[in-house]
Design a protein around this ligand. Sequence first.
Ligand code: CA
Length: 223
Amino acid sequence: MKAIIMIVEDEEKLASLLRDYLNQSGFDSVWIADGNQVLPRVREAAPDLILLDLMLPGRDGLEICKEIRTFSEVPIIMITARVEEIDRLLGLELGADDYICKPFSPREVVARVKTVLRRAGEHPAPPSGALSLDVDKFRALLHGQDLDLTAVEFKLLHFLYQNPGRIYSRGQLMDRIYSDQRVVSDRTIDSHIKKLRKKIAAVAPEEELIHSIYGVGYKYEAE
Ligand code: CA
């Protein structure tokens, strides 16, 4: 089966150039010009990868990327018009898989698409269904019930959830959660994780989502 690449781009000429190259390279493509149509189409077409332009009519790429990440781990390549912007985007931790700057050669885009798809194929499929996270509101729903997390608990859960099966040490988690250089001890992470697990258990006692790996750290894994 051909992989479906969703092209989100309001410049028609550019989009059709990309389509030609992608089709020649053995991909199927879907083109969307309006930012407002992206989310419903992502749910409907279930693309294997999204090429997402930052500047769009309707909604901007940043917002769209964040929102897609609340329900899907589909690989996203962000396309920006300014190279300086990439640093800023990286800092926002949108969850995009790669960044390409305009003007680009379509050949390079195809090469990056292949690389990102290959990388994505190496990870186990992400969990789905039971847990959904709203990064704007810091809200986590498990089986439709609000877990009522603190900001730190939400960040921990969100980070682990994005990388299912991967084990993180307490130190790595602290680096991710606390952006300032505040000194916190390993115990702090343990105590946040403990509360987080308690809240998960209150909703779904039989489901263990956050696993502790003795002497190493923690990982997220849905059974
Ligand atoms: Ca644009």
